[in-house]
Write a protein that binds this ligand. Structure first.
Ligand SMILES: Nc1nc2c(ncn2[C@@H]2O[C@H](COP(=O)(O)OP(=O)(O)OP(=O)(O)O)[C@@H](O)[C@H]2O)c(=O)[nH]1
Ligand SMILES: [Mg+2]
Length: 322
């Protein structure tokens, strides 16, 4: 979705490219004066055209934020800053229009004159003014290039039935995603290993079709109000809010994750309140280390205990939900 954005150049890179392209242009004419005049005009034309069309493609090929699914809109705001993004796109469009204006004001006098020195001077003036316009928006171009690099790494979210795994850090969410889907998330002994939403897919063969479901692993959440959540946690909330047909809330009763069972259950309470319309499956992981006497699902991502039963239940639920 975000791979079509062209590579965004800085002001100097854009100027270099445009100048390089002009050097290849030579118009032939038996009359030397005409030849020089036509070449200067064609080069100036090409210089402005390269810049204007590049600036135009930056704005046009940038995805329109309002038309993106809500999840992406939120992730863009969290990771990039929507206001700054819009201002930068606005600045690039302003520069494009200004370059056209500068050129169209000069082109007539260029075409009329036979004075080569005047032509050269005008050409220099146009290059100078356009260069200064581009330098005025250099910060915006750099911001957009950074934004583009961030967006290219966004996960591809499909509009299909979706299960979102959430819970405290280090409880085994990514381990579960690995068991349930084709994804290969990073798993580690420390909290906040997962720093952005990770997508896995499960294909289920049915009588005449194959159905695909999406399972989303999220960064760990701590028991604290939304306003205090960091940008990594906010991505998990955005996934829960905009993508989840079912939430799998994972608990680590062994507390080897580094967080108390009480805090984990407090957060489950918060999640239930925040997303009251979404069915929640509570799963106690690390059953190889500790089992409570609750009636919740008990699994171990370490020795695969209970994983098949959990998968069957989740798929049964998602079929009825979607
Ligand atoms: N003993 C045991 N360890 C487990 C189990 N599941 C996961 N772990 C371990 O717990 C640690 C954290 O696992 P992850 O899957 O990375 O946990 P996470 O919830 O994705 O962690 P964050 O991405 O940091 O939020 C790793 O060292 C896993 O090997 C389990 O069932 N039993
Ligand atoms: Mg993880």
């Amino acid at each position: 979705m975000f791979r079509k954005i062209p590579i965004i150049l800085t002001a100097d890179q854009l100027l270099d490219l445009s100048i390089r392209r002009t050097k290849k242009i030579k118009i032939e004419d038996r009359d030397v004066r005409y030849k020089t005049k036509k070449t200067i005009i064609a080069r100036t034309d090409s210089f402005v055209d390269t810049i204007v069309s590049k600036l135009e493609s930056y704005v046009k090929k940038f995805p329109s934020i309002e038309q993106l699914p809500k999840f992406y809109q939120e992730i863009i705001d969290i990771k990039i800053n929507t206001d700054k993004l819009k201002k930068s796109l606005g600045a690039v469009d302003w520069a494009r229009k200004t370059c056209i204006m500068i050129y169209s004001k000069q082109i007539r006098s260029l075409k009329k004159t036979g004075n080569i020195d005047f032509l050269k001077q005008k050409q220099k003036e146009i290059y100078g003014r356009i260069s200064s316009v581009l330098h005025q928006i250099d910060e915006n171009l750099i911001f957009l290039a950074d934004a583009q690099n961030i967006m290219k790494k966004f996960p591809t979210i499909l509009d299909i039935p979706t299960i979102v795994i959430a819970g405290y850090p280090n409880v085994g969410k990514s381990s579960l995603l690995k068991h349930l889907s084709s994804a290969k998330p990073e798993i580690a002994t420390y909290p906040f290993t997962t720093k952005q939403v990770i997508v896995g897919h499960v294909k289920i063969e049915e009588k005449f079709t194959t159905k695909t479901y999406q399972i989303i692993d999220t960064p760990g959440l701590l028991d604290r109000p939304l306003a205090k959540r960091n940008d990594i946690e906010k991505q998990a909330i955005a996934a829960l809010a905009h993508l989840a047909d079912i939430i799998v809330f994972m608990i680590d009763p062994s507390e080897t994750c580094g967080y108390s069972l009480k805090n984990q259950y407090n957060m489950l309470g918060q999640i239930k309140k925040l997303f009251e319309d979404v069915p929640i499956v509570i799963v106690e992981n690390k059953a190889d280390l500790k089992k409570t006497d609750s009636s919740e699902f008990k699994i171990s991502c370490e020795n695969k205990e209970g994983i098949d039963q959990l998968a069957t239940e989740i798929l049964r639920m998602i079929k009825t939900e979607s």
